[in-house]
Design a protein around this ligand. Structure first.
Ligand code: HEM
Ligand code: HEM
Length: 184
């Protein structure tokens, strides 16, 4: 395990890539869900699944990075409860980055709709067709997504608070072009 005071370029790239993909998949999921059945709706479902499976793959790489690297220490002087909360949010994110795409994939399998990543790679069905299970997984997928949304609000709020109010340069650790010294 390597010890560092900064996030590595790979960690930063993965963080923002995954954040961007989630910011596409989430509203797309809500939007497509409300459309009437049409070829466009089916196309959007496919795009949603492609993005979601890409998040799953990137999450695996990210979790491997996290296991093999020590993240930079949290700002000194941060109260213990806040450190525990920050770690709790980060670990919950990692769990959700696996659980959300997997619940979507399981849901599609249970509803008998194959997942073809990028229109090319046929992914295996994770469970046999079962409408009841598929409907339950729809609810699970939605609940996990709204848990993610709640954590996202806390996470972004905390990052902004640290950068612009506490001025300890926390956001600059994930956005290196921000001047670390400017916040001090
Ligand atoms: C990080 C990845 C993902 C995010 C953020 C996400 C987000 C969402 C959201 C917000 C909805 C709308 C829920 C609702 O209003 O009921 C949704 C629906 C859906 N998602 Fe995902 N999703 C992800 C990955 C996946 C994956 C990998 C699959 C399948 C391989 C998938 C399949 C679906 C399907 C089929 C629906 C529609 C369910 C319905 O019609 O009720 N999702 N997703
Ligand atoms: C859904 C989108 C996002 C997810 C899933 C996510 C997830 C994560 C995770 C898991 C970490 C911990 C990295 C580690 O140490 O293991 C992290 C760190 C961080 N994130 Fe996000 N993030 C998202 C969006 C954002 C946004 C929009 C911002 C900025 C406004 C942001 C700012 C930060 C910062 C500053 C850190 C470093 C915190 C520290 O050094 O302890 N994140 N993020």
């Amino acid at each position: 395990m390597s010890y560092a005071t900064q996030y590595t370029r790979l960690a930063i790239l993965l963080h923002w890539l995954v954040a961007l993909l989630i910011c596409c998949a989430f509203p797309l999921g809500l939007y497509m869900h409300d459309l009437h059945l049409s070829p466009r709706k089916l196309q959007l479902y496919s795009y949603h699944k492609w993005i979601g499976i890409t998040v799953l793959l990137l999450a695996v790489v990210r979790i491997f990075w996290r296991i093999t690297h020590q993240p930079p220490p949290l700002p000194s002087g941060m109260p213990r409860w806040q450190q525990i909360a920050a770690h709790g949010v980060h670990h919950s994110f990692y769990l959700l980055l696996l659980a959300i795409p997997l619940s979507g994939w399981l849901m599609s399998s249970a509803l008998g709709v194959p997942v073809v990543w990028l229109g090319v790679v046929h992914l295996p069905d994770l469970v046999a067709k079962n409408k009841e299970l598929g409907d339950m997984l729809k609810v699970v997928h939605k609940l996990l997504n709204f848990t993610l949304l709640a954590l996202f609000v806390v996470h972004v709020g905390t990052a902004v608070q640290h950068q612009f109010w506490l001025r300890d340069g926390l956001l600059a650790r994930m956005l290196p072009f921000l001047d670390q010294g400017a916040g001090k």
